[in-house]
Design a protein around this ligand. Structure first.
Ligand SMILES: [Zn+2]
Length: 350
């Protein structure tokens, strides 16, 4: 088995890994970003036999428009990812099990839910002697389940947070305090932490309004993809959807609004931010990765917006626990800048 990180190793960049095994060439993810326009260099790759998608986020699917450069191979994705990600290349994607086995070109591919995003999976190819790709994962989701990852010789593991080890509960305390004091705009990715944040705030006494995109995704998950949610998560999501307020044209009531568009560059979040930019009693809070240049970074730098992390990747302690389970001979830490890898490996004793 040969593993070549095309992109995603030594950098918080687009996911793309080439796996060559049993005479087949498979690509795991074909992303763009997080910085806009950053794509993997695949023009030299030649013919690829299939592309497997871990989850619907842009840094994992955003370069599917480059498929013709690698011989237009078939794409495999879970049904929920197909439903959530409108990328045209996914419209005719072949099915990938949410958990279980899928035979792809004669190879057995095992998958399980990776907890980071609805319909997102970890992927193992070649059994215990093969490679496990975590995709993006977290151990702290209150909505999306994490199926136990299997033992594997090679482990391509999302360690985007490096040695960061603060529990989500602590991050949430700060967010909750702000949302209780002020009306708050929360730009969020609807296929991810947006719905989780809405549940947590709502359960802690904050009036929550949902933008139409978040409401549509929430309904879709409850009605059509309950297996993408854990049992308790489905109940909590259904309750929150029933209680949450609606929004109109960038206006919302008391409390917090969960608006689609994690960096407010686009989507309904942009509309809310523009409408309330000069409204000093409305706070704007970003909770994820913010590009070096752009609207969100500017608002944070000027003090107009705040940034509190909502964990969607593993903390140091989660990576440690996972290594005890997967027990890889070869550990390939990904989505972390090269300058931070040595510190992480030291902490992990590798
Ligand atoms: Zn992701």
């Amino acid at each position: 088995m040969k593993i070549t990180p095309i992109s995603g190793y030594g950098v918080k960049g687009p996911a793309c890994f080439l796996i060559e095994t049993a005479g087949r060439r498979l690509l795991l993810d074909l992303g763009e970003g997080p910085e806009p326009g950053v794509k993997p260099e695949i023009s030299h790759l030649g013919q690829v036999d299939a592309v497997l998608i871990s989850h619907s986020h842009k840094d994992h699917v955003g370069s599917l428009d480059l498929l013709s450069a690698i011989g237009s191979p078939p794409v495999y994705a879970t049904a929920a990812v197909k439903a959530l990600q409108p990328h045209p290349a996914l419209a005719c994607a072949h099915p990938l099990a949410l958990r279980g086995e899928t035979t792809i070109l004669g190879l057995t591919v095992e998958t399980g839910r990776a907890s980071h995003a609805p319909g997102g999976v970890w992927i193992r190819i070649g059994g215990a002697d093969g490679v496990l790709y975590s995709g993006d994962w977290t151990a702290e989701s209150i909505l999306y389940p994490l199926d136990r990852m299997p033992q594997s010789r090679y482990f391509i593991c999302d360690v985007a947070y490096g040695i960061y080890d603060t529990p989500l509960s602590e991050c949430f305390e700060k967010l909750l305090a702000t949302a209780k004091r002020n009306r708050t705009i929360l730009p969020m990715p609807p296929e991810g932490r947006g719905l989780e944040t809405a549940i947590a705030l709502s359960e802690n006494g904050v009036a929550v309004s949902l933008c139409p995109t978040h409401r549509r995704v929430g309904r879709l998950l409850v009605d059509e993809f309950p297996e993408a949610l854990d049992l308790r998560g489905r109940e909590r999501l259904a309750t929150m959807l029933a209680q949450a307020g609606t929004t109109e044209d960038g206006w919302f009531g008391d409390g917090a609004v969960i608006a689609a568009g994690a960096t407010a560059e686009s989507g309904t979040a942009r509309l809310f931010v523009e409408k309330h930019l000069n409204d000093q009693d409305v706070r704007i809070v970003f909770t994820g990765h913010v590009a070096g240049q752009g609207l969100a970074a500017g608002l944070i730098a000027s003090g107009r917006a705040e940034q509190f992390r909502w964990n969607v990747h593993p903390r140091l302690r989660d990576v440690k626990s996972m290594l005890d389970i997967v027990r890889p001979e070869h550990f390939i830490p990904v989505f972390l800048p090269e300058s931070k890898i040595a510190d992480l490996l030291l902490e992990l004793g590798r």
